[in-house]
Write a protein that binds this ligand. Structure first.
Ligand code: DC
Length: 250
């Protein structure tokens, strides 16, 4: 299993980069499905000139590989075949030169769109519950954070991947609000979807993510909780900027 990122640390210039600090830290953002972690992590990373890594994209890429290669069906996984395949799977992140947004590549192919489908969303928690998959991902994620200056979001970043992260956030919001946001997002993209199906999918993912044996989703003791059910993006951005300032104050 190879993962790497060539998302170079962007040059910190321009009016948005008002939060530059000399002290590089690791920022771990965990929380439930579809609570806006990725959006806030991406925004923050851009603002402060850090690398952003979407750890969920890595699990999604493995799930996609399983689906495309007949290794998973209705949550049943051919574990031995996957274990072998993992050794040669290559997951990388590259920036889209036009949008500047990170894109996930699986064995050299851009799979950013494919890993966001409901089909992948419906299977990924099963793949992410496997201990050997988590071990491989965790190793790679830790390697990505060695130089610090990174924002990583996921489910176990503050508890298992970076237990010593200087800033840990745990994000939550009510499940209906999260489902509504996801529904609006897909509808805006013109993708047909049903609110009920999305709600059931995220409730099921929450259930599997919080009850799995290996590194389940839970709040790290030293994490700061953010319930963004009734917060605007702008309010959230300000809150986050404040927490970052506090964490990097010397
Ligand atoms: O954040 P997301 O919805 O893209 O994550 C996809 C799945 O991967 C989700 O079911 C939880 C799992 N995941 C995980 O177990 N650990 C992580 N660090 C990130 C995601």
């Amino acid at each position: 299993m190879h993962t790497n990122t060539n998302l170079e640390n962007p040059v910190c210039t321009g009016p948005r980069n008002i939060l530059i600090s000399m002290k590089k830290i690791v920022i771990a953002i965990d929380g439930y499905s579809s609570c806006g972690k990725s959006t806030m992590a991406k925004d923050l990373a851009r603002e402060i000139g850090y690398i952003y890594i979407d750890s969920g994209a890595m699990y999604r890429a493995v799930a996609l590989y399983c689906l495309e290669n007949g290794l998973i069906s209705k949550g049943e996984i051919k574990e031995e075949e996957l274990r072998k395949a993992l050794e040669s799977l290559e997951i990388t992140f590259r920036k889209d030169p036009q949008t500047g947004l990170p894109q996930t590549y699986l064995n050299g192919t851009n799979v950013e769109k494919k890993i966001r489908t409901l089909e992948v969303s419906g299977q990924v928690s099963h793949v992410a519950a496997l201990g050997f998959v988590r071990e491989a991902m965790t190793r790679q994620q830790q390697a990505m954070g060695r130089q610090k200056g990174i924002v990583m979001d996921g489910r176990d970043i503050g508890t298992a991947v970076f237990p010593d992260a200087e800033l840990k956030l745990f994000v939550t919001a009510s499940d209906r609000i999260r489902a509504q946001r996801r529904y609006d997002e897909l509808t805006a993209k013109g993708e047909p979807c049903s609110f009920e199906e999305i709600l059931l999918n995220l409730q099921e993912r929450d259930r599997i993510d919080t009850t799995r044996a290996v590194n389940p989703l839970r709040q790290a003791e030293d994490a700061i909780v953010l319930d963004n059910s009734h917060m605007s993006i702008e309010e959230q951005r300000k809150w986050l900027a404040d927490e970052f300032r506090k964490a990097t104050a010397e």
